[in-house]
Design a protein around this ligand. Sequence first.
Ligand SMILES: [Zn+2]
Length: 165
Amino acid sequence: MPRRVVHHNWVYQSIGPAVWDQNQISERRERICEAVRREISLLSDSEREFMELYWFQGNSTSEIARILQRKRYNLENLNRCIMRKLKNRLAEFVEEEFGLRSVYRSECVICCHPEIEKINQRLRSRGTHETYRRLIRLLRTDYGIRIKTPQTIIGHLKYHTREES
Ligand SMILES: [Zn+2]
C-alpha cells in the first residue's frame, strides 16, 4: 500500500507529529495484519491455497485454473466466498478499529453453501405465491440451510448478490 504510506507521510509532514502520531499508524497496521492473518489461518486448505496463488502471488484465475485443474468460474465463486467470509469475520474488528458499521454484520449461511448459484436462482425466481416461509423451508429441506427469519434471505439478496438483468 505505497500510496497510503505516502499519504500518511504527507499528512505527517504537513501537520506535524503533535497531531499525527507515526507510532499509532504502524500499530494500527500491525493490528490489521494480525487480524487478517488470523482469519486466513482459519480458512480451509483449498481456500488458503487459492488465497496464496491469487492474492499473494498475483496469478490470474485462468492461470490458477490451469495449475489446480479446476474450472475458472468455480475459482471465481470461491474467491467471492472467501472475501465474504473474511468480511463477515473481520466485521467486528473493523467496527472496533475504525468505528464503522458493516453490512456483513453476521455470517451469511446462504453465501457459503457450495450450491450458492443454484440457491440464488431459486431465490430470485421466487413465485408470487411463494412466501418467505416456504423459501425458508425449501432452504432447509433441499440444501440443509437452517435460518430462522426472512431477514436472512432479504439481507442476502440485498447485500450479497448482484442483480442479473
Ligand atoms: Zn449471503
